[in-house]
Design a binder for this molecule. Structure first.
Ligand SMILES: [Zn+2]
Length: 802
């Protein structure tokens, strides 16, 4: 068999042959096999009895077959090879979880993969499969429990079953397994056997597996790519000159920050067209298939303009609004829609007739609009076209663009489970740990007098001035991680919120300690970073005097949220990377930030950890909302949305004469308060860039190191070249990158804040000082590079002359 690419290429270049081939050969064959299952047919060798829709269904089944199988297995094989290499495992396998007659079973799909084995050797053909139920062995248990299993010694594990070893003659000593999940469903299990050079698989191995498994997951859910492939493959059946698919935004509720401009009155509320289920009609992406010329062309346009040739008539919007199929025989004569009468672009293409249909998912929501232009034979679209295209759009809507996938990418609710799980098993503060801060704490809080406890706790925490807690130039370097927990508690006492909101001393201690434990031991996004952000928030409120716009409850929530804002961050190389899931990126769904938020809220949900336990219901709801705003605000993507809004507030208050006017302008407006709060979070999150040079130069290296670790993983696990920011081979470019980051992102934040409140100027000064230092280093590097270039030229020049 020739390789798939060359076959595909040949078919693409010879559409006539392809069409004839499919017509003559494949269709009857396919019909014969496909029909035995879902469709009934009198004579399997002819397809006279097959209705057009049935015919279309079969074509789409074929498409589905073509795109899903081999490609996925090959990708998996590559990942397994890399996993094997990184884990230093003797071999890896993948078991597919499927269901037969409703009973789940596991089967070997890729078996005994090593870094050097070939795909064909490892791919198990159906006759050689080993099949077993999910209540058997470690692999079965992994699929069943949906949890990673790391077994240091299989002889000591009562779940281990040696029946595969018996069949193959292999001796398993230790193993690690991981379930590949899509939503809450297990798709299969990755297994690595016998660590080379060690007795067992390590914690670091677990992380690698977790990470690479997420890459497989991405491979499987890259729905836009699948969608595109399906459409592209069926183009020979769509007898038209062009077609265009518009994908609709599925967001039902707007994010709080998108409501800001409306609530501020800067933008009128939306009054445009809406889908039947109430969404605003927004085409976030258009894919145009231009088939009329000698060379087919496909154009993908993210965020298409309203005057895009396929949208400008208003027809796709109309179809989105009411869900009708619209067949327009002669667009020139139509009065309702404004089709362009002349050529739509330089190709000279003129629209004559159009067929437009909604793509509907299983929940009957319109997910996109497919519009077909000009039948190639010059005739208008007829009923047959309507049927075949309807079947196509139905297929796309049901099996590829299904709403669950959107929901999954947008909401990521399953992450809640992860947070809960982690919290319960590892991160909750123990009583012994409590006693390391609140010495005389005994496990029965009702015995203790709260006033006494406050006194005790206060006396154990460092005094604010002693550790520079109120300075923007605060550095965590001289303080231990344990010491930072106490500094955190001190902040709340300084804010005067502990007594006021009746936070039990032991709850505050336990919460702060648990937050600390929620941060992982990684290079940059660790507890020290979490603490620094909380401390800067505290400083902006107190030293920067921003507190006057906020209530005590606001201030309490803001500082607490700041401490939590990156909790359970896994470094840049983590499961929550939006990398490879374009939908998540497009919808700006702040995936990582949502996880930190969920985690923080899980803490609040447990009474013994809930520092807001004695608030009234309304107050508690306020706190929850402020957590939403503060933590989601740390998504830098959002920063660009709020810049101008923040600047407008600064501009408006600048000419105000009295402080009273300023306070009124802001305090009486919940939205302005939120915008400033969100910008404060950005100011806190980036604050390392404003610290004294000794601190900044070290922290910048830590940030870079975390990126480089991800770059290394990409290079080794995925065989991909990382982007320069993540490539340790580009380390020399760091000063230049820092300069860019300061100028394009950070400068605005601190400049505007110092204009807003002069007390915040030390941050801006610190930033400028660091810019100067980075620039010097960048210049030195540039000069070095220039000298090398010069040398090179000198060496090359004589050779050129000879
Ligand atoms: Zn952060």
């Amino acid at each position: 068999m020739g390789d798939k690419d060359s076959v595909e290429k040949y078919l693409e270049n010879n559409p006539q042959f392809a069409k004839e081939y499919f017509d003559k050969k494949l269709r009857p064959e396919l019909i014969t096999t496909a029909f035995t299952e879902n469709l009934e047919i009198k004579d399997p060798t002819s397809f006279k009895d097959v209705s057009q829709i049935q015919e279309a269904n079969i074509i789409f089944d074929l498409v589905k077959e073509m795109q899903s199988q081999i490609v996925m297995e090959k990708a998996l094989h590559k990942v397994l090879q890399r996993v094997c290499m990184i884990l230093n495992a003797d071999r890896c396998s993948y078991f597919d979880l499927r269901s037969r007659n409703g009973i789940p079973e596991l089967t070997t799909m890729l078996f005994n993969v090593t870094p050097s084995t070939k795909f064909e050797e490892n791919l198990v053909n159906p006759t050689g499969e080993i099949v077993f139920p999910i209540d058997m062995g470690v692999v079965g248990y992994t699929a069943h429990s949906k949890k990673m299993q790391n077994i240091p010694d299989v002889t000591k594990n009562n779940r281990f079953s040696d029946f595969v070893d018996k069949q193959t003659g292999y001796k398993t000593k230790n193993m690690i397994t991981y379930p590949i999940m899509a939503e809450k469903e297990c798709l299969g299990v990755v297994m690595a056997l016998n660590k080379i050079g060690a007795e067992e698989f390590s914690k670091a191995d677990e992380e690698v597996l977790l990470w690479s498994a997420s890459k497989v997951f991405e491979e499987l859910t890259d729905i836009e790519r699948q969608f595109h492939k399906a459409l592209y493959t069926v183009r020979i059946y769509l007898n038209c000159e062009r077609y265009s698919v518009g994908l609709l935004d599925m967001t039902k509720e707007k994010e709080f920050y998108d409501e800001w401009p409306v609530k501020l009155g800067d933008v009128p509320p939306y009054s445009g067209p809406k889908t039947p289920d109430g969404r605003e009609v927004i085409f976030y992406k258009i894919i145009d298939y231009l088939l009329e010329g000698p060379k087919e062309e496909i154009k993908v346009i993210p965020g298409p303009p309203i005057d895009h040739w396929a949208l400008v008539s208003g027809l796709p919007t109309y179809v989105s609004e009411n869900g009708f199929i619209c067949n327009m025989m002669n667009v020139a004569a139509d009065e309702y829609f404004t089709f362009q009468k002349e050529a739509v672009d330089e190709s000279g293409f003129v629209i004559k007739n159009v067929l437009s249909l909604p793509i509907v998912n299983k929940k009957e929501e319109i997910v996109g609009i497919a519009t077909f232009f000009n039948r190639k034979d010059g005739k208008p679209f007829d009923e047959h076209d309507e049927q075949i295209t309807e079947a196509l759009t139905q297929f796309l809507g049901w099996s590829v663009l299904n709403c669950d996938t959107y929901d999954r990418l947008n909401r990521m609710e399953w992450r809640k489970d992860i947070a809960q799980e982690m919290l319960m098993c590892q991160t909750r503060c123990t009583n012994t740990e409590m006693q390391s801060i609140l010495e005389k704490f005994d496990a029965e809080p009702e015995d203790c007098d709260q006033k006494e406890m406050y006194k005790l706790l206060r006396s154990n925490c460092p005094v604010a001035v002693d550790v520079d807690l109120l300075l923007f130039s605060f550095s965590d370097f001289p303080v231990t991680e344990h010491g930072l927990i106490m500094c955190g508690i001190r902040c709340f006492f300084e804010l005067n919120v502990v007594e006021k909101f009746k936070v039990p001393a032991e709850t505050l201690t336990r919460w702060m300690y648990t937050v600390r434990k929620g941060y992982r031991d990684i290079t940059y996004h660790n507890w020290r970073h979490g603490f620094n952000v909380g401390q800067t928030m505290f400083c902006l409120l107190q030293t920067g005097r921003l507190r006057k716009y906020y209530s005590d409850l606001d201030a309490f929530a803001m500082v607490a949220a700041a401490f939590c804002h990156d909790i359970d961050h896994r470094g840049t190389n983590n499961l929550y990377q939006t990398n490879g899931s374009p939908l998540a990126k497009l919808h700006g769904s702040s995936i990582m930030e949502r996880h930190h938020l969920e985690y923080s809220k899980t803490l609040m949900a447990e009474e013994s950890l809930n520092i807001f336990v004695n608030l009234q219901k309304r107050q508690f709801e306020t706190v929850q909302h402020l957590f939403d705003v503060c933590i989601i605000a740390t998504d830098l993507a959002l920063y660009f949305k709020k810049r101008t809004m923040f600047q407008n507030i600064v501009n408006a208050t600048e000419p105000m004469e009295t402080e009273k006017d300023k306070i009124e302008h802001i305090s009486n407006n919940a939205i302005r308060k939120e915008i400033i709060m969100a910008m404060m979070m950005t100011g806190c999150d980036l604050s390392a860039i404003t610290k004294p040079w000794e601190v900044q130069s070290k922290v910048a290296l830590m940030v870079a190191a975390e990126f480089w670790e991800q770059g290394d993983l990409e290079r080794t696990v995925l065989d991909q070249q990382p982007i320069p920011m993540m490539d340790r081979n580009c380390a020399a470019e760091l000063p230049k990158m820092q300069c860019g980051f300061i100028q394009f992102v950070c400068s605005f934040v601190y400049k505007e804040f110092s204009r807003f409140h002069v007390e915040i100027t030390p941050m801006f000064d610190g930033l400028n000082n660091n810019l100067k230092n980075w620039k010097e280093l960048a210049d030195i590097h540039a000069a070095k590079m220039a000298a090398i270039e010069e040398e090179k030229k000198k060496l090359e020049a004589p050779a050129g002359n000879i």
